[in-house]
Design a protein around this ligand. Sequence first.
Ligand code: NDP
Length: 286
Amino acid sequence: MTAVIIDGKAVAEQVRQDWKVRADALKAKGILPGLAVIIVGDNPASRVYVRNKVKACHDLGLHSELIELPDDTTEEMLLSRITHLNENPDIHGILVQLPLPEQIDVDKVLETISPEKDVDGFHLYNLGALVVGNTVFPPCTPFGVMAMLKHINAEISGKNAVVVGRSNIVGKPMALMLLQESATVSICTSRTQDLAFYTKIADILVVATGKAQMISGDMVKPGAIVIDVGINRTDDGKLVGDVDFDSVKEVAGYITPVPGGVGPMTITMLVANTIMAAEAMHGNDD
Ligand code: NDP
């Protein structure tokens, strides 16, 4: 079997067009959804990510602001910027790019963003809402994975879903979202004994470990849907996922490539959350 490759760029484009309709409905009422992205310091990877996020908003005709702060920004200065943005009616979504310099307490920063503007979905209020199945802003990467699964009409209810990785931004919310759709969910970590036992029972396998090409074809159930969240750079500068694409595509039913898989979806869902935030603030029904 050779897997169907899920083209993240194409799916993202389609999803964006759906959201554009909702953004246009807001604009017709004089409401321009706005996103503020804050970056502290000059981490080159973070700079690329924030540029892409701001561009995605521009491309859809949304308002976006990039706030670049120096590496020696104090926690107090950053919290004060966030508080101002919380009060700014032109801004519906606020995102602080992680990681932050060590003098800044990440948890404090995430809790200062108003839950109504928390388009990354990392505020404890929004994470709690996700736990009780009453999601407000789903964290963008797992939200993007769910949109991809929807795009291929994946059956989720009653299926075995295995998430490898338990980070707060990918693995845990991913597992909760799959659970919400009534999958039987297992979460694997670096401590899991016999990882292949779990991956081989997965009808839906989502891998988010940051360990290059750690999932090989012999660890995958024939016909499974394999979603590779990982982004790793090899010594020769190539981008690869956490899944060994060449061997897994011979076994899986569907597979996402890296690059061009989950990455474009993550950014699209950030735009979606910004539009949702604007709708929630102003209402979208006449
Ligand atoms: P973290 O480093 O925060 O978490 C990695 C998780 O993987 C941990 O829970 C860790 O377990 C687990 N893990 C590590 N090694 C193994 C192993 N051998 N077997 C099983 N589990 C293991 O990473 P993130 O969740 O932030 O990111 C994961 C990957 O996804 C990275 O490559 C990142 O760049 C990428 N990413 C991609 C995005 C996109 O848009 N495509 C967005 C966000 C992230 P333990 O907890 O026990 O240490």
